[in-house]
Design a protein around this ligand. Structure first.
Ligand SMILES: NC(=O)C1=CN([C@@H]2O[C@H](COP(=O)(O)OP(=O)(O)OC[C@H]3O[C@@H](n4cnc5c(N)ncnc54)[C@H](OP(=O)(O)O)[C@@H]3O)[C@@H](O)[C@H]2O)[C@H](O)CC1
Ligand SMILES: [K+]
Length: 556
């Protein structure tokens, strides 16, 4: 599995500051390297020199912009710079002067965009220093970069964002001053974002992947020194992105983590138990069971109640079936240590899930709790007692809200008032509510609370690994470790049963002995890779059948 370190803006600043304090590098070096990297990425994608408009903000992001302008001009591009009329920090001031020696700087206003914008726009207005919503002028510029063209302005050419599209909170992926969860039509869209040293969480969450276009991570010579935070936690291992497996992880370099050693025995790859529910709901558990088999578990047993056994006959023959009627029966089954993982929830029924949850937690066995098991957990008088780090909770946002209402609420935008006054006599109250709502949006201050924060707190509170589902899936462990799997290119995963397959893949990996955090992160990766491989028109039943091809693609 490929792990890419993901940083918060504070960690990025910490890394830069430490590198500069150590004398290894100066801010000016870093800015030169950053700007040169952006210019290089531009020249790779648009090899023919053209006309570019560079928008430079008040700080170091703007400083990068002046470096980009200089490099593109020296490469034969016709460069027009629109810059803020301010006295930036020392590094940006140097770079601004170096540009000014080559070309002019016009004031950065929305009106100035009305004229010729050229073949490309570079957004170097704000980066990691973006802490509050854009003011009116920059909001107009930002909307223009999203294709909004009021009278007398030209349609914007492709946009390249330096570090991020300006306006994005780089810690949460939310739009500062926007209503979370509503992408909104007039936000900027970049064709390419060039960030530095490592992706930030905001590049991978919520609107980050939607607005940022292709993400390039440019090395600017910052060593990933294992920094320790106040709790002694090594930063560079806290949050990792798990989207792209490195091609180098092939069999010829030793056994791939997902591979199987020649001569191994089925029990070497573990036995997974997939609990099924009462008659008529069996499809979900069958999907999970098939997925666990395809994920490489040595044995998989489907366990419906005796009265539902009849519905579970049929393929795959490799799937074993065994009646499981109640908690006592499960406690007996779990007495067999070879049973290495349990999947509880898909198509199980909340009553049955509630009964079976107790012996399952008491056994300490690795387990995936999904669907009805999560509903049962939310209603459980004992709460999260008995959960352990071998458990993987796989809630979608609705289930997450039931389990962790206070955390979900911190992700919610301020409640929007109705579109119009409910009645004439309520006109005044409605007006006040609307002004209060608008002020709440204007008062937003970054870094905003993120899905990563929410998953981390949920894992710490529950004691289990929490996989918060979405196109930006976040996986967090109780010890603070987290993984992000961002896949906005497989919308077809929004189909009945896809969650059951994910639960089954994770259960299969747990049975194979993968630690819970790695099993969940690898499961999220395999799930999306299977969907990507099948393509549009997929149904959940197609997903397990794609896994052999995914493994081949991984070089297994
Ligand atoms: N640190 C380094 O050596 C490197 C930095 N790189 C680049 O620098 C930016 C981060 O630069 P920074 O100056 O910290 O912040 P920004 O340029 O993103 O923002 C500039 C200032 O703007 C103010 N601000 C914030 N929000 C708004 C707003 N909505 N309207 C107006 N102004 C706003 C804020 O200052 P305040 O004190 O006013 O809050 C910002 O400080 C990083 O993104 C990189 O591009 C190099 O690339 C690597 C080396
Ligand atoms: K920017």
């Amino acid at each position: 599995m490929g792990w890419t370190e993901v940083l918060t803006t504070a960690e990025m600043r910490g890394l830069e500051t430490a590198a500069m304090a150590g004398g290894a590098v100066t801010g000016l070096d870093l800015m030169e390297r950053a700007g040169a990297a952006v210019a290089g990425a531009i020249r790779l994608r648009w090899p023919k020199a053209g006309r570019v408009t560079v928008l430079c903000g008040p700080g170091n992001n703007g400083g990068d912009g002046y470096v980009v302008a200089r490099h593109l001009a020296q490469a034969g591009w016709q460069v027009r710079v629109l810059g803020m009329d301010n006295a930036p920090g020392p590094d940006a001031a140097v770079m601004k002067r170096r540009w000014a020696a080559l070309g002019g700087i016009e004031p950065l206003t929305a009106a100035a965009l009305g004229k010729e914008a050229g073949d490309l726009v570079v957004d170097a207005i704000f980066g990691t220093g973006m802490t509050r919503p854009l003011d009116r002028e920059m909001a107009l510029v930002s909307r223009w970069m999203g294709g909004w063209t009021p009278v007398r302005t030209v349609t914007p050419p492709p946009v390249v964002a330096v570090d991020a599209v300006s306006g994005l909170c780089l810690d949460s992926g939310a739009w500062l001053g926007g209503v979370r969860g509503e992408p909104g039509g007039s936000l900027p869209r970049a064709a390419l974002t060039v960030t530095f040293h490592a992706p930030k969480a905001g590049h991978l969450l919520e609107l980050g992947p939607v607005l940022g276009g292709e993400l390039v991570v440019a090395d600017i010579g910052l060593q990933t020194t294992p920094f320790r935070d106040a709790e002694g936690q090594i930063w560079s291992e806290r949050t990792l992105a798990v989207m792209v497996p490195p091609r180098h992880l092939r069999q010829d370099r030793g056994l791939h983590p997902l591979g199987k050693r020649a001569g191994s025995h089925k029990f070497d790859h573990g036995h997974a138990l997939i609990v099924a529910g009462t008659a008529g709901q069996g499809g979900a558990a069958r999907l999970s069971a098939r997925a666990a088999l395809r994920a490489g578990a040595g044995l998989v047993t489907l366990a419906p109640p005796a009265d539902a056994m009849a519905e579970h006959f049929g393929p795959p023959d490799a799937l074993m079936r065994r009646a499981l009627d109640d908690a006592a029966a499960l406690a007996r089954l779990l007495g067999d240590d070879r049973l290495r993982a349990v999947c509880l929830g898909p198509g199980c029924g909340t009553g049955r899930a509630a009964d079976l949850l107790e012996p399952l937690l008491a056994s300490g066995r690795p387990a995936v709790l999904d669907a009805d098991a999560l509903t049962a957990l939310a209603r459980r008088p004992a709460g999260f007692e008995g959960l352990h780090k071998g458990c993987v909770l796989t809630p979608h946002m609705g289930e997450f809200r039931r389990l962790f209402p206070d955390l979900a609420a911190r992700l919610d935008p301020p409640p929007r008032p109705p579109a119009r006054p409910p009645s004439p006599e309520q006109e005044i109250a409605w007006t006040i509510a609307l002004q209060t709502w608008r002020q709440a949006l204007a008062d937003m201050r970054g870094p905003l609370y993120s899905r990563l924060d929410a998953a981390r707190e949920a894992a710490a509170r529950s004691g289990a690994v929490v996989l918060l589902k979405g196109p930006d899936t976040v996986i967090a462990a109780p010890d603070g470790q987290a993984r992000i799997h961002s896949a906005f290119d497989v919308p077809w995963l929004a189909t009945a049963g896809a969650g059951d397959v994910l639960a089954g893949i994770i259960a299969g990996l747990l049975a194979r002995g993968f630690p819970s955090l790695v099993a969940a992160a690898t499961g999220a990766f395999l799930h999306a890779a299977a969907a990507r491989r099948f393509g549009p028109g997929l149904i959940a039943d197609d997903l397990p059948e794609q896994l052999p091809g995914v493994f081949r693609d991984l070089g297994l």
